[in-house]
Structures are given as structure tokens and as C-alpha cells.
Design a binder for this molecule. Structure first.
Ligand code: NDP
Ligand code: HSE
Length: 442
């Protein structure tokens, strides 16, 4: 470095959490401190690291002398607070305390932002500080900043993609190597992708939290977790994955937020997360392991694709450091960055009013007339079949002949598919409705 270090007093940084992400944040601050000081115009000084257990070994980059269990005292001394502890409380209380004390904050906590981001945005506004959260959506991939800033002059129509690394890792392993769901999940946990409670990943709640953040930013409307239709991957079976492959499709957990205009031109929005079959030729189908990929479709920009590491310590720390440099620079120069924008206040529609293609897998009695009955029920609900596949199932002792029918449909109203499934469920010919998956991207 040829230039002398900036002659500015150090900015005091409190780091809340030193787990998978926090340890990498601390490593990057330590290794790149001098360069960061040049980019910011002031050095960063980590004044403390809040954890639960100060005796744990955290590797060479975490200064044990800075560890504390008194996070509240720590945030009161800081100019900048990085929250990577996760969970709702005490993270929310600590971030509010930091904001009320005039600190700018950076967080990776999508669960908190989706559940009660409003309180944090309003507090940051009131106290004139920055609240940045690039790492909360899709790890290392820049999405928040492109939507909030780069596309601020455009109109976003749709954001669609894979935003959860753990579930993508599981589905990819099940499809490629035939791994069992539980084994793939355990490996994702070992690799540091999964949430502290991996239910948040596999039940789709983590992706739904990200969808709520993306929808709020893209459509200038407050979209909470409760507004996102959410289905996870726990009911996806290896039979579904094999059926998808047979049809030239791949199953991915998708987050979709979109603007929908009716015949009168009234705009509403939809936000949803579910596992879906997509054509194996679709760019999202080849996104493997814990990678994430997201398409943003905007009126003037057209379609933009973002791809990269969506989880893991170092990738997530990269996004946090980007935010940290931004908020630190603002502090040196004065002023604050973009605020929450919710002027559009668009109505959010439920999933029942949408249309989708579906894949239905049914176990049925293997006797004449059953296929006709199933097809008749679908037809009576205005659902048109695009392909159908039937195979006999091994017969268990004392039971009737059974078969599995896999049906792909053309786009149909969600409410019609629900009604048709109710009828099929109570039909004597249908032994079980094994799977219901949406078909997207065709
Ligand atoms: P970890 O569980 O690995 O780390 C959490 C850290 O916070 C630990 O150091 C823990 O202390 C500390 N902590 C937890 N509760 C408290 C508390 N009450 N008081 C003080 N310290 C506390 O989580 P991750 O690093 O994986 O995730 C952190 C955040 O980043 C979460 O919000 C997560 O959603 C988000 N995120 C994670 C990604 C990932 O790939 N892991 C990617 C993107 C975002 P101790 O070590 O003593 O237990
Ligand atoms: N558990 C999350 C995932 C971490 O698997 O994508 C990144 O947000």
C-alpha cells in the first residue's frame, strides 16, 4: 500500500455472533483491514464480539480477548453493529438498542427482517442511521443492492429463483447421487449452510423470509412472512424426482414474487415458495449444490440472471463486508443510504387466484375405468391433461391390484385443482394422493 492510512479516528465495530458467518466476518476484517481502511476513509476497530459461550475455540482469527456475553453493553459503545447471531430475540432488541444509540447496522437475519423488519426500518429512519442487509438474501449474490439501487429507475415485474442453499443441496444430491433426504441434510448442516434449526430450510420458511424481503424491495410494498405462500421440500420423494427425470424435468425449491395485472389493469402482487418441476433445459435446473440463482425481470432492463454461492461462512461474510464498507463510508462522509420504500402499497393476492401447471401422482386401484374416472374428474374441473404415465405397483398380500398414475396438466386455476383433488381424495378408486407439485418455467 503506497498511500498512508486515512487520518480518521477508527470506527468502533461490534460483532454480534461468531459462528459460521461471524467467524468469517472477523477473519476478513482482520486480513483485509488496511485495504478496508482505504476504501472507507477510516480504519475499522472491532471493539467486541458477543457470543453465548466465551470458552469455545473459534480459530485464530477470533480474538478471544474481545469475546463477551454482554451484547447490550457492547452495542452501546459501537458506531457500527454487525448482527450475525440469528433468531428473533435478543437480535431485534440489540439492533434497536444500537439504532437508538446512533449506530448504523448490518444484519444477515432474514427471519427477523421478514417477521418484524418494519420496526427496524422505522427506527433506522427515525434515528437517521443505515440498516443494510445484503447477506439476508442469497448469501454472496448481490440482489438487495441491485433491486434497491441499480434498478431503482425501472419497474420490476418478477423475481424468480433458488434462494435457499440447503434445500438446493438436498434436492441436487437426491437427484444426482440418489442420496437419502436425511443424509443430504446432515451434510448441508456440516458444511454450515443450514439454519440453526434446519426446519426453517426444509419447510421453506427461510426461502419465504427471503421472498418477503425481495417482494418488499421490488414492489415498494410491505410484504411480511405471513403474506408469502410457503411449501417446503419435506414431501418431495425420490419417486417424484424419478418422475421428473422421466419427463425431462428437475425439481427445485423456487421463490417467486411477481406483479400481476388484471383485465382492468389493476396491479396486485404475489409472493410464493414451493418445490416445482422445471424443464431440465431451464437455466435454474443446472444450479447444483448450495448455489443460488435468481432471475429479475424488469420492464426496461429485460431479464437479468444472478448466480453464485447462496450460503456458507465466507460467501455470506463477503456480502456483510460490502455492507459494512458502505455504512462505514456513509458515516465518514455524512448522510445515509436508501430508506425503506413502501409508497406503492400494492394488494397481495393469495395463491388460490393464480394458475399453474401441475404434476399429480396418485396411487389407484388397477382396474378398468379408473383412468377414465380420474381424467373425467379433472376435465369436470376445467383441468386439461398434457401427459399421463401409469405403472403397476407391487401387490401387497391381501390387497387389490394397484397402480401409480403420474399426470402432468396444462395451466389450471389453483382453486380448481384443489377442488378436483378433494373429489379424487374421496373417490373409492383413488387409494392415495402421493404428490402434488407445480410445473413452472414452460
Ligand atoms: P451460527 O449458529 O453458526 O452462529 C450464531 C452465533 O451467534 C454464535 O457465535 C452464537 O454464539 C451467537 N449467538 C447466538 N445467540 C446468541 C445470544 N443470545 N447472545 C450472544 N450470542 C449469541 O449461525 P450462522 O453464522 O450460520 O448464521 C448467523 C446469521 O446469518 C443468521 O441470521 C443466519 O440466518 C444468517 N445467514 C447464515 C448463512 C449461512 O450460510 N450460515 C447465510 C446467510 C445468512 P456461540 O458461538 O457461543 O453459540
Ligand atoms: N440456510 C440458508 C440457506 C443460509 O441454506 O440458504 C443462507 O441464507
Amino acid at each position: 500500500m503506497t498511500d498512508p492510512l486515512p487520518d480518521h479516528e477508527p470506527l468502533r465495530v461490534a460483532v454480534l455472533g461468531a459462528g459460521t458467518v461471524g467467524a468469517d466476518v472477523l477473519r476478513l476484517i482482520r486480513l483485509n483491514g488496511e485495504e478496508l481502511a482505504h476504501r472507507i476513509g477510516a480504519p475499522l476497530r472491532v471493539i467486541g464480539i458477543a457470543v453465548q459461550d466465551v470458552s469455545k475455540d473459534r480459530g485464530e482469527h477470533v480474538d478471544h480477548a474481545l469475546l463477551t456475553t454482554d451484547a447490550s453493553a457492547l452495542v452501546r459503545e459501537a458506531d457500527l453493529v454487525v448482527e450475525v447471531m440469528g433468531g428473533i430475540e435478543p437480535a431485534r432488541g440489540l439492533l434497536l438498542e444500537a439504532i437508538e444509540n446512533g449506530a448504523s447496522v448490518v444484519t444477515a437475519n432474514k427471519a427477523l427482517l421478514a417477521q418484524d423488519g418494519v420496526t427496524l426500518y422505522e427506527a433506522a429512519d427515525e434515528h437517521g442511521v443505515d440498516l443494510h442487509f445484503e447477506a439476508a438474501v442469497a448469501g454472496a449474490i448481490p440482489l438487495v443492492r441491485p433491486i434497491r439501487e441499480s434498478l431503482a429507475g425501472d419497474r420490476i415485474q418478477r423475481v424468480l429463483g433458488i434462494v435457499n442453499g440447503t434445500t438446493n443441496y438436498i434436492l441436487d444430491a437426491m437427484a444426482r447421487t440418489g442420496a437419502a433426504f436425511e443424509d443430504a441434510l446432515a451434510r448441508a448442516q456440516e458444511l454450515g449452510f443450514a439454519e440453526a434449526d434446519p426446519t426453517a430450510d426444509v419447510e421453506g420458511h427461510d426461502a419465504a423470509a427471503k421472498a418477503s424481503i425481495l417482494a418488499s424491495l421490488a414492489f415498494h410494498t410491505r410484504v411480511g412472512l405471513q403474506d408469502v405462500h410457503c411449501e417446503g421440500i419435506t414431501s418431495v420423494t425420490s419417486a417424484d424426482i424419478a418422475a421428473a427425470a422421466r419427463m425431462g424435468r428437475t425439481i427445485k425449491l423456487l421463490a417467486i414474487v411477481e406483479r400481476i395485472a388484471d383485465a382492468e389493469g389493476t396491479e396486485r402482487i404475489s409472493a410464493r415458495v414451493y418445490p416445482a418441476m422445471i424443464p431440465s433445459s431451464h437455466p435454474l435446473a443446472s444450479v447444483g449444490e448450495a448455489y443460488n440463482a435468481v432471475f429479475i425481470e424488469a420492464e426496461a432492463a429485460g431479464s437479468l440472471m444472478f448466480y453464485g454461492q447462496g450460503a456458507g461462512g465466507a460467501p455470506t461474510a463477503s456480502a456483510i463486508l460490502g455492507d459494512l464498507v458502505t455504512v462505514a463510508r456513509q458515516r465518514v462522509l455524512g448522510g445515509v443510504g436508501p430508506r425503506e420504500s413502501r409508497y406503492a402499497d400494492l394488494e397481495i393476492v393469495g395463491i388460490g387466484s393464480l394458475r399453474n401447471g401441475f404434476y399429480l401422482s396418485l396411487t389407484v386401484q388397477d382396474r378398468p375405468g379408473v383412468l377414465a374416472e380420474v381424467a373425467g374428474t379433472l376435465s369436470a374441473h376445467g383441468i386439461s391433461i398434457s401427459t399421463i404415465h401409469q405403472e403397476p405397483l407391487p401387490q401387497a398380500e391381501g390387497t387389490e391390484d394397484r397402480a401409480r398414475i403420474g399426470i402432468a396438466t396444462y395451466a389450471a386455476a389453483e382453486s380448481s385443482v384443489d377442488s378436483a383433488l378433494d373429489v379424487l381424495d374421496s373417490s373409492g378408486a383413488v387409494i392415495a394422493i402421493d404428490s402434488v407439485l407445480r410445473i413452472e418455467g414452460e
